[in-house]
Ligand binder design. Structure first.
Ligand SMILES: [Zn+2]
Ligand SMILES: [Zn+2]
Length: 338
C-alpha cells in the first residue's frame, strides 16, 4: 500500500493510503519524482470540479509529472532508473477529431489526473507506455515536469500565430501566462504588455521580458493610447478574464483564451466584443508539442526553473493547495515531491 493525495471535495484535500490501479501489459511503472500543482487542480479543489468533470469520489490529482522507471523497458529503449516525462493525454486515436490531428479535443480521452482517472500525486504510478516521453540526459525532474505546462503555452502560441514584431496583450501572469510570455518572445512577437492583480507576478513578467506590467486592463489599454492590441492572450482563472481580453483587443483583433474561469462561467460585455468584430479561439490542453517543448528547454530558450517557487512533500500537499487557493503572494508554481 502506498500513499497519495486525495481531493475529497471543495476545500478538502487529504493524504491517505492508496491502492494504485494494477499495472497492465501496456503500462510501465514509474516512481514519481515530482508533480506540478496546476491551476486546473485548484479548480477541483475550489469548485469540486470543472464543468461536467466533477469529483464523484475522492480522486488523486496530478497531470504534470515526471518519474524514474521502476524496471528496464527495452521496448522504449530505456533502462531502469531513467527519468522520463509523461504526456497525460491518452486520446482514443480513432475518432474523427483524433484522426484530424486534434487529440487534445478527443471526447473519449482518458486524461491522467482528471476525474475519474487518478493522477500522479502518489509514490508510484503505472502509465501507458505510449504516453512516456523520453527526455535528454541532464534534465532535472523539475524541468521534466514543466514540459507539460510549457506544452500548454506552445499550443496557445500555435493557435495565436503571433506576427513578427506584433505587440501583444497578456492577461494573467501565473505559470501558464509566464510561459506564454516566454514562448511569445521565442516566436518573434514584439512588445508584450501584461496584467496581473498580484505584484510578485507582475515583477516576474517584467523579469521574463514583458515591456510593461499593470494591475488592471485599464493600464494596458492606456499604454496603447486607447486603441488596444492586435493580439490578446488570456491565461487567468477569473470569470472576468474573457471580458478583460476583449477590452484589451483592438478592433478586428484576435483573442486566444487559455484560462479556466472559476465557477465555469464568464462575465462578458457582449457589445464590447461584438463591436470589435473579434476573432476568438479557445485553447484546450495541447497538440503534439513535447518535442518542441524539450528543445526549448534543452537549448535554454525558455526558463522553466525560476518560476517554481515552492516544493512540498506529499504529506504537505494540503498546505500547497491552501496557499495557492488563497493566492499567497510570492507563490507562483509549486511542485509536490513524493
Ligand atoms: Zn496543467
Ligand atoms: Zn479520439
Amino acid at each position: 500500500m502506498s500513499k497519495a493525495v486525495f481531493i475529497h471535495g471543495p476545500h478538502d484535500v487529504r493524504v491517505g493510503p492508496y491502492q494504485p490501479p494494477p499495472p497492465r501489459n501496456d503500462t510501465v511503472m514509474l516512481k514519481v519524482a515530482a508533480v506540478g500543482l496546476c491551476g486546473s487542480d485548484l479548480h477541483y479543489y475550489k469548485d469540486g470540479g470543472i464543468g461536467a468533470a466533477v469529483i464523484a469520489k475522492p480522486f488523486v490529482p496530478g497531470h504534470e509529472f515526471a518519474g524514474h522507471l521502476v524496471n528496464d523497458e527495452p521496448a522504449l529503449g530505456l533502462p531502469r532508473g531513467a527519468l522520463v516525462a509523461v504526456d497525460p493525454n491518452r486520446a482514443c486515436g480513432q475518432c474523427e477529431y483524433c484522426l484530424a490531428g486534434h487529440a487534445n479535443l478527443c471526447p473519449k480521452v482518458e486524461f491522467i489526473g482528471a476525474p475519474p482517472f487518478d493522477g500522479a500525486m502518489t509514490e508510484t504510478i503505472a502509465v501507458p507506455s505510449e504516453l512516456v516521453v523520453p527526455i535528454p540526459q541532464g534534465f532535472t525532474p523539475l524541468q521534466a515536469v514543466m514540459l507539460e505546462p510549457l506544452g500548454v503555452a506552445i499550443h496557445a502560441i500555435d493557435l495565436a500565430k503571433p506576427r513578427l514584431g506584433e505587440s501583444v496583450a497578456l492577461i494573467g501572469c501565473g505559470p501558464i501566462g509566464l510561459l506564454i510570455l516566454e514562448v511569445l518572445k521565442v516566436a518573434g512577437a514584439g512588445d508584450v504588455f501584461a496584467i496581473d492583480p498580484i505584484e510578485t507576478r507582475r515583477d516576474f513578467a517584467l523579469k521574463l521580458g514583458a515591456k510593461r506590467a499593470g494591475s488592471s486592463v485599464k493600464d494596458i489599454v492606456q499604454w496603447s493610447n486607447g486603441a488596444g492590441y492586435p493580439l490578446v492572450i488570456e491565461a487567468t482563472n477569473s470569470p472576468d478574464g474573457f471580458n478583460d481580453a476583449v477590452l484589451a483587443a483592438k478592433i478586428g483583433g484576435r483573442v486566444v483564451l487559455v484560462g479556466i474561469p472559476d465557477g465555469n462561467s464568464y462575465t462578458l460585455d457582449a457589445a464590447q466584443a461584438r463591436r470589435r468584430g473579434l476573432k476568438i479561439k479557445f485553447s484546450r490542453r495541447m497538440g503534439h508539442v513535447y518535442p518542441r517543448a524539450i528543445d526549448l528547454v534543452a537549448q535554454g530558450k525558455v526558463d522553466v526553473v525560476s518560476m517554481v517557487t515552492n516544493e512540498f512533500a506529499l504529506d504537505d500537499a494540503p498546505e500547497a493547495f491552501r496557499l495557492h487557493a488563497e493566492g499567497a503572494p510570492g507563490v507562483i508554481k509549486s511542485l509536490i515531491v513524493p
